[in-house]
Design a protein around this ligand. Structure first.
Ligand code: NDP
Length: 265
């Protein structure tokens, strides 16, 4: 049975991903800052699944999480580095250093610490059975801001671009050893994180719909599908890739509004 760890699994994209892996037959470890919520979510999925408290920015917490998973599950096949927070927002000249460090800490330090500890396990375990069985798969969560800047979202852009860099560095380092590392880059997805940005006036839903070629935000389950694919044996020759799951956002280089939209007849 596939053992999959999902960080930030109590809510949003992480929760949808945990549900997707469980539906696909995996045993899921839901790790979140809020341990109680993680345990409740795990219980919702069924008795086989595990909810654990973990702060991905803390080395001790990450090491303890990986030790607990190993002692309860014996191996780790999939890691999804999903835990994340939004930006402080506002003009860069007004941004605070502690908030900047916090955003980079959760995204970059968190992805690094989790990947390092889990890769130590993956690199030491036997490959999965099958013609191209790998030792493990890591999926990181980037964003459209890794490719295109959004005013006022300075630290978040730096963090997500850093995650893309880290994804490629780890992929080429561990490719020969059979650990694949990829990233999904979502566009706007309707989750608590996005609702908070909206409430703070940092996000205009109508403008986002107009700017997105598919005319809408994504659903957490649509991001989870892409994550599950990159973690699966169907992606056995894919490593170091960044899969845009953004309704066409990054492909769009035209003016807004552009030519009249093409609608189905
Ligand atoms: P949510 O806020 O809905 O969920 C994120 C989860 O991560 C929360 O449960 C949160 O806990 C947890 N978390 C935060 N910090 C830590 C930490 N230090 N250690 C462990 N868990 C932590 O976010 P989304 O589902 O929207 O986002 C998930 C990922 O997707 C993030 O990496 C985000 O940057 C990325 N993303 C999201 C997009 C979107 O439009 N929603 C677009 C592109 C990328 P708590 O609630 O207690 O803070």
């Amino acid at each position: 049975m596939t053992i999959a760890i999902v960080t930030g699994a109590a809510d949003g994209i992480g929760w949808a991903t945990a549900q997707r892996f469980a539906a696909g037959g995996a045993r899921v470890v839901l790790a979140d800052l809020r341990g109680e919520s993680a345990r409740e979510r795990a219980a919702e999925l069924g008795a086989a699944h595990i909810g654990l408290a973990c702060d991905v920015t803390s080395e001790a917490s990450v090491i303890s999480l990986v030790e607990q998973v190993l002692s309860q599950c014996g191996r780790i096949d999939v890691l999804v580095n999903n835990a994340g927070i939004g930006d402080q927002g506002g003009a860069t000249v007004d941004q605070r250093l502690d908030a900047f460090d916090r955003v980079l800490g959760v995204h970059l330090r968190g992805t690094f610490l989790m990947s390092r500890e889990v890769a130590r396990v993956m690199l030491a375990q036997a490959p999965l059975e099958g013609p191209h069985g790998c030792r493990g798969a890591i999926v990181n969560i980037a964003s459209i801001v890794a490719s295109a800047g959004i005013p006022g979202r300075n630290a978040y852009g730096a963090a997500k671009a850093g995650i893309v860099g880290m994804t490629k560095a780890m992929a080429v380092e561990w490719g020969l050893a059979g650990v694949r590392v990829n990233a999904v880059a979502p566009g706007y997805v309707r989750t608590a994180l996005v609702e908070k940005l909206q409430a703070e006036g940092l996000l205009n839903t109508d403008a986002i719909h107009a700017r997105t070629p598919m005319g809408r935000m994504g659903a957490p389950a649509e991001i989870a599908e892409a994550i599950a694919f990159l973690a699966s044996p169907q992606a056995s020759y894919i490593t170091g890739s960044v899969l845009q799951v953004d309704g066409g956002w990054i492909a769009h280089g035209g003016a807004i509004p552009s030519v009249p939209p093409v609608v189905a007849s």
